[in-house]
Design a binder for this molecule. Structure first.
Ligand code: GDP
Length: 456
């Protein structure tokens, strides 16, 4: 009896509060009509459309990708006015509270031509209570004439006002420099750090005798070029560059594949270590399964290793030539039942020995890598998320309904999304989000990670 894959794979959903470096969050706060949306547009360079600020009209907050001096950050426009219900000052104060909770830096926008209003002072009171750095933008300083208006904003008592013109772009560089300076210490975003360029790196993995070396020989043909012995890792690992489907691929640790495993004591352990080492250097794994036999625990363990490694995955059902009707029936059942969690992996049914459908491997690898590299803009992601959450809000937990404030993709390879929430989201709900992400954006062949940052 083979255990159904479960908890192990679950860890892809685990929270890791110290986890991936997330771009700092800058929340834009201010009264209606001070020019917040124009300023947001100015900063993001209008890459995503921003709705005009209409006073008194409820508009949900939205988040965008932005960068300045090659430093990426997430810009959250905290629109969301419902003045008729709570009154302007209360609504602005609420917005400021929200910003203080979610942001690393608060960008407080004041209309310099109007000067300090009661509402601005209400915001300042809220902001004083937080420990978040505040950068003060004195907007609508379109020319030198308005400079004194900007200076008057020193009276707010929250530091230097940066005169800007969201309309013309004047002063926005200095303002953004100040925002950058207020960022928490460089989180050391490691994203794509392991990007190497050059040929895509493939690991052929699977338990002994599934047909790894047969497949390698099949794809390598005569064009095989033996390349670098890899220092450090497994002493005798050798990679091969192989021409396939018009491009060059690097097959990882082919020496380990070509060498026949003998029934040595500890061979199993050795195979596991070897697989980890290969995955470590690979971008995509082709997991081979011998369809002439039942799925074994060892097969599932290999698949778990791939999921844990966060690599892209293609499932190769090998020895298809040995399949009869009856075995085929049971194979599909086994796959459905035991590999449901990795249903996202593209599957090719091949026979390494005869060459059957081996040419389907390349398109599958390409699809998997494309998903693995994929990046969804913060604007697009949040538009999607808003609709999803409106239709199916997170379940109430302990009498409270957690709110999803916004989401951002922290990294790719594989895609990793962070949900900023006001409370804990149940596993079921997060799985629901992952499922919908896959339905709407694809990600065939790649694990997708989802974690939460709870901002109280
Ligand atoms: P490895 O240990 O995963 O590298 O597996 P091998 O490539 O050494 O294959 C193990 C055995 O399965 C060998 O006897 C191969 O000839 C056989 N084999 C591999 N692929 C196929 C296939 O597609 N069909 C059949 N019938 N046998 C295969």
């Amino acid at each position: 009896v083979v255990p159904v894959m479960n908890e192990h794979v679950e860890s892809a959903f685990a929270d890791d509060p110290d986890g991936p470096a997330v771009a700092p969050v800058v929340a834009v706060v201010g009264r209606p009509n001070v020019g917040k949306s124009s300023l947001v547009n100015r900063i993001i360079g209008r890459r995503d459309a921003v709705v005009e600020d209409v006073p008194g009209v409820t508009r949900d907050r939205v988040a965008y990708d932005a960068s300045w001096r090659e430093r990426a950050f997430t810009l959250v426009d905290t629109g969301g006015w419902d003045v008729s219900v709570s009154g302007l000052a209360a609504s602005v104060a609420q917005q400021a509270e929200y910003a203080a909770r979610t942001a690393d830096v608060i960008l407080f926008v004041v209309d310099a031509t109007v000067g300090i209003t009661d509402t601005d002072e209400a915001v300042v009171r809220v902001l004083r209570g937080t420990k978040k750095p505040v950068v003060l933008a004195a907007n609508k300083v379109d020319g030198g004439m308005q400079e004194p208006d900007a200076l008057a904003l020193w009276n707010l008592g929250i530091g230097e006002p940066f005169p800007v013109s969201a309309l013309h772009g004047r002063g926005s560089g200095e303002l953004l420099d100040a925002v950058l300076e207020a960022f928490p210490e460089e989180p050391g975003i490691s994203e794509d750090a392991d990007e190497e360029g050059g040929p895509r790196r493939v690991a052929l993995i699977g338990r002994p005798n599934v047909g790894k070396s047969s497949l390698l020989n099949r794809v390598a043909g005569e064009d095989r070029v033996v390349v670098d012995a890899v220092a450090g890792t497994t002493r005798d690992a050798v990679d091969e560059l192989i021409e396939l489907g018009g491009q060059t691929w690097k097959f990882i640790d082919t020496a380990g594949i070509r060498r026949r495993f003998r029934a040595l004591q500890g061979a199993d352990y050795y195979a596991t270590v070897r697989t980890s080492a290969a995955l470590e250097r690979a971008e995509v794994a082709v997991v081979l399964i011998d369809v002439s036999e039942s799925l074994a625990e060892q097969d599932l363990r290999v698949i778990e290793q791939v999921v844990e490694s966060g690599r892209a995955m293609v499932l190769a059902c090998n020895k298809w030539d040995l399949l009869d009707e009856e075995r085929r029936y049971y194979l599909e059942k086994e796959i459905d039942r035991q590999l449901g969690r990795v249903a996202w992996a593209p599957r090719v049914n091949i026979a390494a020995k005869t060459g059957r459908h081996v040419e389907k491997l390349v398109p599958a690898l390409e699809r998997a890598l494309e998903s693995w590299d994929a990046r969804i803009s913060t604007g697009r992601l949040n538009t999607w998320l808003k609709e999803l959450v409106a239709a199916t809000p997170p379940p109430v937990r302990g009498g409270k309904q957690p709110k999803i404030l916004f989401a951002t993709q922290a990294s790719s390879r594989p895609p990793h999304f962070i949900l900023f929430t006001t409370g804990f989201l149940e596993d079921n709900y997060r799985r629901f989000i992952e499922r919908r992400l896959r339905e709407d954006f694809g990600f065939e062949g790649s694990p997708v990670k989802l974690s939460m940052r709870i901002r109280e």
